[in-house]
Design a protein around this ligand. Structure first.
Ligand code: SF4
Ligand code: SF4
Length: 82
């Protein structure tokens, strides 16, 4: 199991809406109330509970290479010994 996070370059983002449609965790949203310098509503990670797995699908789909993915392995759970 892995956990992850992403960083979106919001000034490069053209608000195409592709990345929110492919994220299996549904943690990417377009910011309808914000515009970047090019006049687009940028995508943002909204993940207060840490559901991003770092799968990287969003970065693969982005046509403008705006998304950087960071991923780390979660510590393996060990059984508690009596
Ligand atoms: S890395 Fe995967 S889970 Fe995380 S935001 Fe991108 S598509 Fe969603
Ligand atoms: S796929 Fe890329 S350009 Fe399109 S909304 Fe997502 S970050 Fe922005």
């Amino acid at each position: 199991m892995t956990s992850g996070t992403i960083v979106i370059d919001q000034e490069r983002c053209k608000g195409c809406g592709l990345c929110p449609t492919v994220c299996p965790q549904h943690v990417i949203h377009l910011l309808d109330d914000q515009l970047n310098a090019r006049g687009y509503h940028p995508a943002a990670l909204v993940d207060p509970e840490g559901h991003c797995t770092g799968c990287g699908i969003c970065a693969v789909i982005c046509p403008d290479v705006c998304i950087t993915v960071y991923r780390e392995a979660r510590a393996a759970r060990r059984p508690v010994m009596a």
